[in-house]
Design a protein around this ligand. Structure first.
Ligand code: PEP
Ligand code: MN
Length: 646
C-alpha cells in the first residue's frame, strides 16, 4: 500500500502517519520523488483505508497494484545499485561476472580467475556445491573449493559469488563468499530465500526454469523482506518446447522486469543457450536489451571441465566477447566496468611519455571537475568513469576546469575534446597549449542522445524559443528544420540551457540537452532522440596535473597500460615539413589514429596539427620518435599517454 503525503506535511504529521501504520502491523519505508513524498507500507497489517486517508497531511492512499512491494518500481523509482565488495552492479555500468561452472582445483580456479580478470571481468564465479540433475555427476568440492576460490579472489582483488544450496551451510559459506547465488532450481525454496536474505550479503537470484516474471519478483520480495537490500536478478533461460538450445533465453524479460522492478538485471547466457559458440551472440543481445551485466562460464580447458564444459567459453572467446561488449556499451548509453589490465613493465621502460604526469600525489579525497550544470554530458561522462557517487564539482567553464586541476583543488577534470559529427573542440586543444602542466590521463566515448526539454506544462505546439549549445543545434538540424518558426538561442552548454528554463519557469521555451539534465532540473522531455544521426559520440578527456614524471591516474583507470598518445605541433612553412614529421612516425611503424589541422590564431596560413598515435609495446621506439619530432617541429606539446576508449 502506498500513502501519498501532501507537499506541506509537517514532520510531526509524517511521524504520526508512520506510527499509525507501524501500530497496525506494517513496515514503513519513505520514498521521495522530487518534492513529493510517499510512505510505502509493506506487510499484512490491517487498516481502515478511510481512517488513514483523513489523517493530517495524508493526501491519498493507494493500494499497490503489485504483490511484490519492496521490489516494485512503484515503491522505489530509482535504480538500485548493488555493491559486491568493491564492485557495483546497476545504473550506467555493465558488470561482468565470469569463472568456471565449478571449482575443480586450486590451480584451475586460480588460472581461470587470472584469465577472466585479464579480459576485464570484475567478479569471480564458481560453484563449490553443485545442484546437478544426476546424483552421480560431480557435486563440487564443497568447503575446500570455496576456500580455493576465496584465495584466488583475494589474490586478484576480485569479489566472489557462489551458490548456496541449503540453509544449514549458509552461515559457514557466509564467511567465505562476497555474494550468494540462489540457483534456478532453488528460486522458490522459500526457507533458503529467507535465510540468504538475512545474512547481510548481496544475493544473485537466478530465475527458475519455469518461473513467470511475477514469481521471480516474488522470490526477490522474499529476499528483500528478509533484510537485504542488495539483490541482483539473473535471467538464465526458461523451459520452452525448443530443445536445440539448453533453455530459451527470455530477452523480453530484461526490459519488462527492469520496468516493473528497481533491482539490477543481469543475464547468464551460458546456461540459457548451453552451446559454447552461441553464448557470445546471446550475451551481446542481452546487453543490447538493457542488461546491467552478465555472468559467463569460462574454463581454461572446457573439454576437460567436470561440469558444463559444452557451454564454457575458452578464455580467448571471453576476451573477444569483452571487447565486443566494450564497443557496444556506448550505443546503449553504458560503460563496461573493467578491471585494469595487469601491467608488465617492459625492460628498460622509462615510462612514456617524456612529460608524463604523477600518481604519487595523494589525490583520493579531492573532487573531480566538469564544466556545466548538473546533468551535463560531461557529468555523465565523469560518472561513467568514476562511478555514480563520485565526489564531483561543476565549474562554469572549461578554463575553470584546467585552473582547478592546475592549482590542485581537484584530482582530475573531464572535458570534451571531439564530437563524431561536429569535430574537435578547439577551445580545449587551445587550453592544453596554454596549460603545459596539464596532461590527458584517460578518455571516454559517450553516446550523445538529445531531447527537447521543457516545463511539465509545455506542449510542442506551444514552443517558440529553443536554447542549447550551438553544437546541440547543429546535431539536431533535421528536427529543427521541421520547426523553422522557432527562435534559436545559443547557450554556453546544453545543461545551462535547461537550467535557465527551470529558473524562469517558462512554458514557451525548450532546450536541447540530455535526459539527465531534464531529470536534474525537474523538467520533462517533450521528444527524445532528436539528433539527426544516432551515431553521435563525444570523446571526453580526463585531465590531471603533471607532477614530476608521473600522473594521478584515477583509480578506475587503474594501472591499465597506456596504448595511445596525443600530440600537438606546428611545422615551418616550407615544402615537405609535415611530410618529414609523418615519415618519422611511419619509419618507426607508429600508427596514427587521428590527424587534424587547424589555423593558428594570429598567425595567418600557419597550422597546428593534432595527432593521436597508437603506442607500440616497445616504448623506446616511441620515445625516440618524440625526440626526433621535437627537433623537426615548432610549438611541440605532448598532451599525454592513456588507455584508448573503444
Ligand atoms: C550455475 O550458475 O552454475 C548454475 C547451476 O546455474 P542455474 O542455477 O541457472 O542452472
Ligand atoms: Mn554451470
Amino acid at each position: 500500500m502506498i500513502v501519498i503525503l501532501s507537499k506541506d506535511i509537517s514532520p510531526h504529521d509524517k511521524e504520526m502517519a508512520r506510527i499509525y501504520l507501524k501500530d497496525r502491523g506494517f513496515s514503513v519505508r519513505e520514498q521521495n520523488f522530487g518534492e513529493d513524498a510517499i510512505l510505502g507500507a509493506i506487510g499484512k497489517g490491517v487498516v481502515d483505508i478511510r481512517e488513514l486517508g483523513i489523517l493530517p497531511g495524508v493526501e491519498r492512499v493507494a493500494a499497490t497494484s503489485k504483490p511484490y512491494e519492496l521490489a516494485s518500481r512503484e515503491t522505489q523509482s530509482e535504480d538500485t545499485i548493488v555493491t559486491v565488495g568493491s564492485v557495483k552492479i546497476g545504473g550506467s555500468r555493465i558488470t561482468v561476472i565470469a569463472g568456471p561452472c565449478a571449482v575443480e582445483s586450486r590451480e584451475q580456479i586460480r588460472e581461470t580467475a587470472e584469465r577472466v580478470r585479464e579480459s576485464g571481468a570484475v567478479i569471480l564465479r564458481g560453484g563449490a556445491y553443485k545442484p546437478r540433475t544426476s546424483p552421480y555427476a560431480f557435486q563440487g568440492l564443497g568447503m575446500k573449493g570455496l576456500e580455493f576460490m576465496k584465495e584466488a579472489g583475494e589474490a586478484l582483488n576480485m569479489p566472489i559469488v557462489t551458490e548456496i544450496v541449503s540453509t544449514e551451510l549458509a552461515d559457514q559459506i557466509k564467511d567465505l563468499t562476497d555474494m550468494f547465488q540462489i540457483g534456478a532450481r532453488n528460486m522458490q525454496n522459500f526457507e533458503l530465500l529467507k535465510k540468504a536474505g538475512s545474512l547481510g550479503k548481496p544475493v544473485l537470484l537466478k530465475r527458475g526454469p519455469s518461473a513467470t516474471m511475477e514469481e521471480w519478483l516474488m522470490a526477490a520480495e522474499y529476499l528483500l523482506a528478509s533484510g537485504t537490500k542488495d539483490v541482483v536478478l539473473c535471467e538464465r533461460g526458461i523451459r520452452t518446447f525448443e530443445t536445440y538450445t539448453r533453455n530459451t533465453l527470455d530477452i523480453s524479460a530484461i526490459p519488462v522486469v527492469k520496468d516493473l522492478c528497481h533491482l539490477p538485471v543481469i543475464v547468464d547466457p551460458s546456461h540459457a543457450v548451453g552451446i559454447r559458440n552461441k553464448v557470445a551472440p546471446a550475451a551481446l543481445a542481452a546487453i543490447a536489451a538493457g542488461a546491467d551485466g552478465l555472468t559467463v562460464e569460462v574454463h581454461p580447458r572446457p573439454d576437460t571441465a567436470l561440469s558444463d564444459g559444452m557451454q564454457s567459453l575458452y578464455p580467448e572467446q571471453f576476451e573477444r566477447l569483452m571487447r565486443d561488449i566494450e564497443a557496444l556499451a556506448p550505443v546503449v548509453g553504458k560503460e563496461l566496468l573493467r578491471t585494469p589490465k595487469t601491467t608488465v613493465a617492459a625492460p628498460g621502460r622509462s615510462d612514456v611519455p617524456p612529460d608524463a604526469p604523477d600518481t604519487r600525489r595523494n589525490v583520493e579525497n579531492l573532487p573531480i571537475a566538469f564544466s556545466g550544470e548538473s546533468g551535463a554530458y560531461a557529468e555523465q561522462a565523469l560518472m561513467r568513469v568514476f562511478g555514480d557517487d563520485a565526489h564531483r564539482v561543476s565549474l562554469p567553464s572549461f578554463k575553470a576546469v584546467f585552473d582547478a586541476a592546475l592549482e590542485g583543488s581537484v584530482s582530475a577534470g573531464v572535458i570534451p575534446i571531439e564530437n563524431s559529427l561536429a569535430g574537435s573542440i578547439h577551445e580545449n586543444y587551445d587550453l592544453f597549449l596554454r596549460y603545459p602542466d596539464i596532461a590527458i590521463v584517460g578518455e571516454l566515448k559517450l553516446r550523445i542522445m538529445h531531447c527537447l526539454i521543457a516545463d511539465e506544462r509545455a506542449t510542442i505546439d506551444g514552443i517558440s524559443i529553443v536554447r542549447s549549445h550551438p553544437q546541440g543545434f547543429d546535431q539536431c538540424r533535421e528536427f529543427l528544420n521541421k520547426h523553422l518558426d522557432w527562435q534559436l538561442e545559443p547557450y554556453a552548454n546544453t545543461a545551462s540551457a535547461v537550467a535557465s528554463i527551470a529558473r524562469e519557469g517558462a512554458v514557451k521555451v525548450a532546450a536541447i540537452a540530455g535526459e539527465a539534465a531534464a531529470k536534474a532540473f525537474g523538467l520533462k522531455a517533450l521528444k527524445t532522440g532528436i539528433e539527426t544521426n544516432p551515431q553521435n559520440y563525444t570523446r571526453f578527456a580526463i585531465i590531471a596535473r603533471k607532477a614530476g614524471d608521473k600522473a594521478p591516474v584515477p583509480p578506475s583507470l587503474g594501472s591499465d597500460q597506456p596504448n595511445k598518445a596525443s600530440l600537438v605541433f606546428s611545422v615551418s612553412d616550407e615544402p615537405g615539413s609535415l611530410f618529414i614529421c609523418l615519415k618519422i612516425l611511419s619509419d618507426k611503424g607508429l600508427n596514427l589514429s587521428k590527424l587534424e589541422s587547424r589555423p593558428i590564431q594570429g598567425r595567418p596560413w600557419e597550422y597546428l596539427f593534432y595527432i593521436d598515435v597508437n603506442l607500440p609495446q616497445n616504448t623506446d621506439v616511441f620515445n625516440s620518435a618524440i625526440e626526433e619530432l621535437k627537433a623537426k617541429t615548432r610549438d611541440f606539446h605532448f598532451l599525454g599517454t592513456y588507455r584508448a576508449a573503444r
